[in-house]
Design a protein around this ligand. Structure first.
Ligand code: NAP
Length: 262
């Protein structure tokens, strides 16, 4: 058994998750790192174990596959680890009109962004209750809006926000703090993975992934229920609240259209 607190983070091989994981490592958490890229995972495990004098268990797995969460839970249990922090960060987008996008991509998205996040949260709740720990669920500013051209992604993040706020209320009495973290556009591998290169959305201001991760980490430590990094993103979300949903959908569609058609 580890004597240091243990944090599990999904998607630590790039972008926001990479910086969130390093913040946890810097603060002396032993880490369970979950993503697909085995090579990057073992490199990170090697580097951070030496640099921060912590223990790291990499688990190379595709969380969009059925049974993946059970494998993660079994591995964590086999190593006698009890979590104090769960960071559900891994997520993907699919860009394109809903009529044109491949259903399998959207199935994988829903498995990762929604199902794996829910299953991991339920599986590790006993640990988090016992440690009076933290859950950090990475949603998005997309959670507040309907999102034409990324309809399933926006809907998946609305789920993450609603689910997180609901269980934050349920778990408050147990001392488990749940944060729904809602970044806006952030420089990372996300846009390429979502085939968003032509999206007009990429003209909006982008934040740096490290800056975003630092804001998310601070929000988690403070036990904030919902956190939005960056003034632009906070203004955007506030303005959406006072605008008819139909107009918001129209505006998001206009902003998200492939650039050459604008
Ligand atoms: N970038 C943005 O503009 C933005 C804005 C708002 C919210 N977000 C959210 O922030 C979170 C992190 O995204 P990011 O921007 O940092 O993107 P990223 O650089 O593409 O990182 C995504 C991470 O998720 C992992 N991942 C992807 N598919 C996976 C799968 N099937 N199984 C396990 N791990 C998987 C990736 O690792 P492997 O490839 O090694 O599996 C990677 O570590 C996501 O939930 C995203 O929705 C991003």
């Amino acid at each position: 058994m580890s004597e240091r607190p243990v944090a599990l983070i999904t998607g630590p091989t790039s972008g926001i998750g990479l910086h969130l994981a390093e913040l946890l490592a810097r603060d002396g958490y032993d880490l369970v790192l979950v993503a697909r890229n085995a090579e990057v995972l073992s490199q990170l495990a090697h580097d951070w174990a030496q640099q921060y004098d912590i223990r790291i268990r990499p688990i190379a797995i595709d969380l969009s596959q059925a049974g993946a969460v059970e494998t993660v839970v079994t591995t964590v249990r086999e190593h006698g680890l009890r979590l104090s922090v769960l960071v559900n960060n891994a997520g993907v987008g699919v860009y394109g009109l809903f009529t044109d996008t491949p259903l399998q991509h959207e199935r994988d998205l829903l498995h990762l962004n929604v199902l794996a996040l829910t299953e991991l949260t339920k599986s590790f709740l006993p640990d988090l209750r016992e440690s009076k720990g933290h859950i950090l669920n990475v949603a998005s500013t997309a959670a507040f809006e309907p999102g034409p051209y990324m309809a399933v992604y926006y809907a998946s993040k609305a789920y993450v926000l609603s689910f997180s706020e609901a269980i934050a209320e349920e778990l408050a009495g147990d001392g488990v703090r749940v944060t729904a973290f809602c970044p806006g556009l952030t420089r990372s591998g996300f846009q390429h993975a979502a085939s968003m290169e032509r999206s007009g959305l990429l003209r909006l201001p982008e934040m740096d992934a490290r800056e975003v991760a630092e804001a998310g980490y601070r929000a988690m430590l403070k036990g904030k229920r919902v956190a939005i990094p960056g003034l632009f993103n906070r203004i955007l979300v506030a303005s959406v609240r006072f605008t008819p949903r139909r107009w918001v959908a129209h505006l998001v569609a206009w902003l998200s259209r492939p650039k050459q058609n604008i």
